[in-house]
Write a protein that binds this ligand. Structure first.
Ligand SMILES: *Cc1c(COP(=O)(O)O)cnc(C)c1O
Length: 357
C-alpha cells in the first residue's frame, strides 16, 4: 500500500485536449509538456496526447526523452537552442526551434547542420522576457528565410504576459502589436497560452499553445463555460499515519507554530516538503479527508503534515487523504498558499510515485 502518491488520470488529459480543440476549432494545438509534463510524467503525458498536433518543451533534453520514447509528433523547443551542440542535436532528432535572439540567428547561420530545422521566430510584444524587438523583426525574418539551415517557411510567435487577468488591457495591446507587426508576413502564427485559449478567442491564430489547462487546471480567477468542464488530471494523495487527541493550547510541530484553540484531534499525514508539498503552506491550508475539508496546523515537515481533525473526528490511521485534485482544486490550495497551481504540480519530487490509470 502506497502512502503518498499522485494519481494521474490520462483519460481526463484526453478529455481536456478535446475541450481545448473545441475552444479553438480553427487552430492546431501544440500541447505544452515542459517540466516533466507539468509534473504529470513527460512520456506518459506525451503518449496520451497522440491527438495533439505537436508537443512543446523547454529544454532539448526533454525533446530527447520524447524521441527516445518513440514519440514521432512535431516537437517545438520553446526557448530554442543555447549553443551549437544543442542546435545540431535538435536537427538530428528533428525538433523545431524557437529563435528569440539574434545570438540564435547567428548560430543558425554559422553552423553546418546535417538536416535543416523548422524555425519559429519569436517577437517580443511587451513581455520583455524572450523575443526579438519589433525594430529588428523584419531583418531577422528575412535572414532566417534565406538561411540554408532553415526548413520551410519561418513561423511566427509571441507570448502574452497578462492573459490570465480578465479585463487587463495589456493583452489587447500585445495582440494589437502582434497583428500590426506580423500582418505583412504570410506565415503560420501562434500567440495563445491556456488563458488566451479560454478567454481571448481573437488571439488563437494558426497554432495555440495550452499547457496548464490540458492538465485540468484553470489559469483564470473565475470560470468560463469551457474552463468549468476541465477535469483535473492529478490528484495528490497520502494517508493518516497518526490520529490522537490533544488539548487546547497545544503547540503543534516545529517551532510550535500552530496552536490548538480548543480540545481536538490531531491527524498526521505522510506527506511533506520532501515530496514537494510546499513548506510555506500556512496554518489553515485545506486538506480533504473523508469527505470534508480540514485545516492544516503547524509547520510542514519533510515527511509529514499535521491537520486539525476536529472534536468529532471518526478518522482512522490508514485513511486516504487528498491534498489537491479531485474534490479539492489545486487552484484553491495554491491560492491559500500564495503561489500558483503551475508551481504546485511541477515541484513534486522524485520520491513521490506517479500512479496512472
Ligand atoms: C509554458 C508556455 C505555454 C503554456 O502556458 P500555460 O499558461 O501553462 O498554458 C505557452 N507558451 C510558452 C512560450 C510557454 O513557455
Amino acid at each position: 500500500m502506497k502512502t503518498a502518491f499522485a494519481q494521474i488520470r490520462l483519460t481526463n488529459l484526453q478529455h481536456n485536449l478535446e475541450l481545448l480543440k473545441r475552444a479553438a476549432p480553427t487552430s492546431k494545438i501544440i500541447a505544452i509538456c515542459k517540466a516533466n509534463g507539468y509534473g504529470h510524467g513527460l512520456v506518459a503525458v506525451a503518449k496520451a496526447l497522440h491527438k495533439a498536433d505537436a508537443l512543446g518543451v523547454a529544454r532539448i533534453q526533454e525533446a530527447v526523452s520524447l524521441r527516445d520514447a518513440g514519440i514521432v509528433q512535431p516537437i517545438m523547443l520553446l526557448e530554442g537552442c543555447f549553443d551549437a551542440d544543442e542546435l545540431q542535436l535538435a536537427s538530428n532528432i528533428d525538433v523545431e526551434v524557437v529563435v528569440h535572439h539574434t545570438h540564435q540567428l547567428t548560430m543558425l547561420q554559422q553552423t553546418q547542420l546535417t538536416h535543416p530545422v523548422k524555425v519559429w521566430l519569436k517577437l517580443d510584444t511587451g513581455m520583455y522576457r524572450l523575443g526579438i524587438d519589433h525594430t529588428q523583426f523584419n531583418d531577422c525574418y528575412q535572414a532566417l528565410s534565406q538561411c540554408h539551415n532553415v526548413r520551410g517557411s519561418v513561423h511566427i510567435m509571441s507570448h502574452l504576459s497578462c492573459a490570465d487577468e480578465l479585463g487587463n488591457q495589456y493583452t489587447d495591446s500585445q495582440l494589437q502589436q502582434f497583428e500590426q507587426i506580423t500582418q505583412p508576413y504570410d506565415a503560420p502564427k501562434s500567440l495563445a497560452n491556456s488563458a488566451a485559449v479560454l478567454a481571448h478567442p481573437n488571439t488563437h491564430f494558426d497554432w495555440v499553445r495550452p499547457g496548464l489547462s490540458l492538465y485540468g487546471i484553470s489559469p483564470l480567477p473565475t470560470g468560463t463555460h469551457i474552463s468549468q468542464q476541465l477535469k483535473p488530471v492529478m490528484t495528490l494523495h497520502s494517508r493518516l499515519i497518526s490520529v490522537k487527541p490533544a488539548k487546547a493550547g497545544a503547540l503543534v510541530g516545529y517551532g510550535g507554530a500552530g496552536q490548538l484553540q480548543q480540545d481536538s484531534t490531531l491527524g498526521v499525514i505522510a506527506i511533506g516538503y520532501g515530496d514537494g508539498y510546499p513548506r510555506n503552506a500556512p496554518n489553515g491550508t485545506p486538506v480533504l479527508i473523508n469527505g470534508r475539508i480540514v485545516p492544516s496546523i503547524g509547520k510542514v515537515s519533510m515527511d509529514m503534515l499535521t491537520v486539525d481533525l476536529g472534536t468529532n473526528s471518526q478518522d482512522q490511521i490508514g485513511d486516504k487523504v487528498t491534498l489537491w485534485g479531485e474534490g479539492l482544486p489545486v487552484e484553491q490550495v495554491a491560492n491559500h498558499i500564495g503561489t500558483i497551481p503551475w508551481e504546485l504540480v511541477c515541484r513534486l519530487t522524485q520520491r513521490l510515485a506517479l500512479v496512472y490509470n
